[in-house]
Design a protein around this ligand. Sequence first.
Ligand code: ATP
Ligand code: MG
Length: 486
Amino acid sequence: MQTLRASKCGLSTAQLPAYILDVIDALTKAGYEAYIVGGGVRDLMLGLNPKDFDAVTNATPAQVKEVFGRRCRIIGRRFELAHVYSGRELVEVATFRAPPKKEVTSAAGMILRDNNWGTIEEDFARRDFSINAMYYQPRKGIVLDFCNAVEDINNKTLRLLGDPKTRFEEDPVRMLRTLRFAAKLNFNIANEILEVFTPELTNLLRDVSPHRLYDESQKLFTMGHLNRVLPMLIDFGIWQQLFAEINPTVTTFIERAAKNTDQRISIGKTINPAFFYAVLLWELFLKRSEGYLAKGVTPAEARAQAGLDVLKRQGTRTIIPRFAETFIREVWEMQTRLLNPKPQQIAALSNHARFRAGFDFLLLREKSGDTNTQGMGMWWDSYQNMTSDEKERAIGQYNRQRAKNRRKAVTQDDVVDTRVQVQAEIEPLVNEPETRNRRTRKPRQHQENRTSVASTVKGEIGADHPILKRRRVKRDLAEVVFGPTQ
Ligand code: ATP
Ligand code: MG
């Protein structure tokens, strides 16, 4: 074990937020040892901005509770921890852990319960990577390094503590963590890990609870290097474990979405990790919908049922919480609405709670070459940047174009198959001149009248049919919740 001067490692208390110092000081004052450990120390040493700071102590969770009283809650069963609230922040305070007892490991060697308190040396040996196992005491200005982790930091190497195969068997999630840290920190994976990191070993992930795997998938999606980690997940056979039914290929759409997610994170924007699930599962959803359509189900029911099926199947690997499932299904449902909106619903749609996510999704599809969006991604993109007058004109133009397309569709097919969405490409939005003089307008109206009569005969209602001129009661779409059969 070597004791390093914190200042030599580039660490100083000035980099630390008050909430973590407050926790360390309170524990020290009560006579316990307390350190900052894990990702916080690692990231500071690498000059990165830590996501959070975790504390570790020789006080048991019950003793931590005594120190912090109502500011502390004890959580977890497999892994008992104290959650301490410091101001508005929450700090995880773990107790030094000893090796697990035999009877709490599964037949495959997986640790099922892990609440055996121990010494700092024992706690160190239980951690995953050397770079995650440095103990920083900010008030003493020291870092305890038990395995020359500083060298791994300098060499940018990810090294597991102990025998890699055993460590993966104890907790298969460490395989996922390996790829996450390698991608996030741009580190090399040590050879001894690569040697054992086989597809057979990744099969162990099947025994991990889908709740835990969902949490891990969230961390992958939000770490800021999603695009880098996706091919690694495929190469190491982890993708197949996490997303069993999703074809292990980074399609242009998935790649774009991943880059977009990373970019948003790099500029400090929020992201909803469920959005990326919506992207990953999109192809499966479409295929499944087609299957239902082929059976003669209505399009709305096909979409609703396909959505439920796809999410249910994914749930056997990573259980997506109900609120995230709803979000995903709404984003998918928005695709239909944004693709072929009724003109009178356009304004309300753009105010819908799910509009932004639905639109982002549509535009991503379009930009990755999905021609089924029929140019509507760009249409909505322009629409949002218009003044209200321009919007009104754009809707008018859209309305005319839509009517034209419908008439075309009707003359093409005598029987309109409601299962197929017939819609020719909508012309991109152009800023139309404000007023058109009557002379240019008249012949057009005349023409439209004629065709609309023809189309009415075929059972279609033209854009200028009296029924469309009726004043409609505006439904506030922002209030509408998409039900399964809508
Ligand atoms: P992040 O930047 O994602 O927070 P982190 O290293 O802090 O990275 P956490 O999941 O917050 O990761 O865990 C905190 C610390 O707990 C880790 O640094 C590591 O020392 C230890 N740890 C976490 N998960 C495991 C595990 N599965 N096996 C062994 N040690 C672990
Ligand atoms: Mg952490």
